[in-house]
Design a protein around this ligand. Structure first.
Ligand code: ATP
Ligand code: MG
Length: 592
């Protein structure tokens, strides 16, 4: 379908005046200084992200405001106020102190999206303890690897998860001293060598003097998604809250009256930076859904919970698209005013789907576990170019570079200035939420920097108006007969076809042209994977992309292999295609 290249912001869409409108002017301000002012921070003074996110609001009369609203299928909704969250997190911090846990020790949390998870993360941060939330659907192997690497001293988990996944592992976790068991049914836990959460919390004081952390104190250890290989542990500091706050304003446009829903699990960095910290820093009410994805349920939640700002992921959007527009049309979203997405490239088709089916376009934004917060975004402040990941946020200086060094040498780069340049995305190092190390891998950390720039490993194009377009991960780019082909462009064109639900594109080695383009496609309900459809898809791709870029081969799969966080794993499609070992698949979702 022919659609305009730009979605112009209209007054109807901007139901609430956004915090900012003038991109150039805002970029001349210092957003970090502004955030410090709003958060009443002394740059040289103490800083603790949990105190800023929770306790700070008590002085501003927000003690009774709902901070987190938990919903589940078979339980009544539970509203936790800022006041209760402050008390509960103080209790946990006291419990940790009484156990002899010291600032800098590592605590892991393995739980579904229960209130205790949020209390554990924020309470541990108050005590200066470094926190890692783990995705609760991980099996024992990925849990053990991460806890060993992170030298976990404490674990907060549930009774059931402990029995299913941890008990048998304890001998392999020599650093693990304390396990706190939450029993959502309210019963006392009786597992040997564990402590009962309810009991220890009941005996702890509501008052706590936060650990003397500063902006540079370690706060969170997050593991990457493992899309390109073994997940890396990225270490973040308390100062990251400055970015969380500033981007909550610039990229998500959070206002105090918002009802916000970030659908990511806190086991991934999005679920912590934007599912816990950013909304709390802004004093808004966040929804936490304890259930897994379900299209009907999600539309009902958006409607009944009167969500105004929604932050989700392409994988969820693709599933909603697959479920068909009728389901969406049975609901109404009068409160919804801003939708954003992160995690993978968002095909233009999905941006338009938002506009046509939900009444609002979807704002793609880009960041990584390593960046700790949103760096490049489509924002309420400027028009959207569907398919672009947006423009660098205020405070973020982005460059396109090409790496010059031979393998093994320290990185050196050349900055590419040409209009319409294409190169590796690099960011001027030093924004507040930049990671401060890869766990146990200083050499790899150093390899990420050159000439004061952080090298992201993603290939992008920048257009004349300063919008950035994702081309592909450096490792995924296809080289065919002298052309550089970005898988995202090919996938987006395939997604335009009404039959296609998902597409993953790889380069297949070829003696003549280097690599040929091969596409894997899963179909929407009601379409059959037959030769007629294959030819139709091929013809559509050739017409839109030209014969050199269109896939030479198209294979149908019921679903595409994904990481646990929902990203399409091109490396696995390629490994399967070539009959190679699949490498570390510990983060894999059961896929095709
Ligand atoms: P690993 O580093 O272990 O291979 P990962 O890179 O997928 O896994 P994350 O930090 O969760 O781990 O993901 C960040 C990456 O996701 C980015 O570098 C980019 O490749 C991709 N990504 C995130 N958001 C977008 C977006 N809006 N458009 C395109 N790609 C995106
Ligand atoms: Mg990565």
């Amino acid at each position: 379908m022919d659609r305009p290249a730009v979605i112009v912001k209209t007054a109807a869409e901007l139901r609430v005046p956004p915090h900012w409108r003038d991109y150039q002017r805002e970029r001349q301000q210092d957003p970090w200084a502004a955030a410090r002012r709003d958060l009443q921070l002394d740059p040289q003074g103490p800083m603790n992200m949990a105190v800023l996110a929770v306790d700070r609001h008590l002085q501003q009369g927000l003690a009774d405001k709902t901070a987190l609203r938990f919903v589940a299928r078979n339980a009544p909704a539970l509203d936790m106020s800022y006041g209760t969250l402050a008390q509960q997190t103080n209790r946990l911090a006291n419990v940790l102190q009484a156990l002899g846990v010291a600032p800098g020790d590592h605590l892991f949390v393995l739980a579904g999206r229960l209130p205790a998870l949020y209390v554990a993360v924020l309470g541990a941060l108050k005590a200066g303890v470094v926190v890692t939330p783990l995705f609760s659907a991980f099996g024992p192997e990925p849990i053990a690897t991460r806890m060993q690497l992170g030298q976990a001293r404490l674990l907060v988990t549930t009774d059931i998860l402990y029995r299913q996944k941890i008990r048998a592992l304890r001998a392999q976790l020599p650093t693990l001293q304390h396990v706190l068991l939450v029993n959502p049914d309210g019963q006392l836990t009786t597992e040997p060598d564990t402590l009962d959460w309810t009991t220890v919390m009941a005996g702890a004081s509501d008052h706590f003097t936060p650990a003397p952390t500063t902006a540079d104190s370690p706060a969170l250890l997050h593991f990457t998604s493992g899309t390109t290989g073994t997940p890396k542990g990225a270490l973040h500091v308390h100062g990251a809250a400055i970015t969380h706050y500033a981007t909550g304003r610039h990229a998500l446009d959070l206002h105090p009256q918002d009802r916000f829903w970030c659908t990511a699990d806190p086991g991934w960095v999005t679920g912590t930076s934007y599912g816990i910290l950013a909304p709390l820093l802004h004093g808004v009410t966040s929804l936490v859904d304890r259930e897994e994805f379900d299209a009907e349920r999600w539309y009902t939640l958006l409607q009944d919970e009167r969500i105004s700002v929604w932050y989700t992921a392409p994988t969820a959007i693709r599933l909603l698209m697959k479920a068909g527009p009728e389901l969406a049309q049975r609901h109404q979203f009068p409160d919804l005013r801003f939708i954003a997405s992160v995690g993978e490239p968002l095909n233009p088709e999905a941006v338009w789907w938002g506009k046509e089916v939900l009444g609002l376009p979807i704002h793609d934004n880009w960041w990584q576990t390593e960046t700790g917060g949103i760096m490049v975004a489509n924002t309420p402040a400027f028009d959207i170019k569907p398919g672009a990941m947006g423009r660098p946020l205020p405070g973020i200086d982005a460059y396109l570079v090409t790496q010059l060094q031979a393998p093994g040498e320290a990185p050196r780069v050349r900055v590419l200035d040409a209009p319409e340049a294409q190169g590796e995305l690099a960011l001027r190092a030093g924004w507040p939420s930049m990671f401060r190390g890869y766990l146990n891998n200083e050499a790899r950390y150093q390899q990420c920097f050159a000439d004061g720039l952080y090298l992201t490993g993603d290939l992008v194009r920048r257009d004349a108006e300063g919008y950035y377009w994702f081309v592909g991960r450096l490792d995924d780019v296809i080289k065919s007969a002298g052309h550089l082909i970005g898988p995202f462009e090919v996938e987006s064109v395939l997604m335009e076809h009404p039959a296609v639900a998902e597409a993953g594109v790889i380069g297949k080695p070829d003696a003549l042209v280097g690599e040929t383009v091969k596409a894997f496609v899963s179909l929407k309900n009601g379409y059959l994977p037959d030769e007629a459809l294959r030819s139709d898809l091929q013809a559509h791709a050739r017409k839109r992309l030209g014969a050199a870029v269109a896939p030479k081969e198209i294979a149908f799969l019921p679903t595409l292999p994904r990481t646990r966080s929902g990203k399409i794993m091109r490396r696995l499609l390629k490994a399967r295609e070539l009959g190679l070992p699949e490498g570390d698949t510990s983060t894999l979702e059961a896929g095709a």
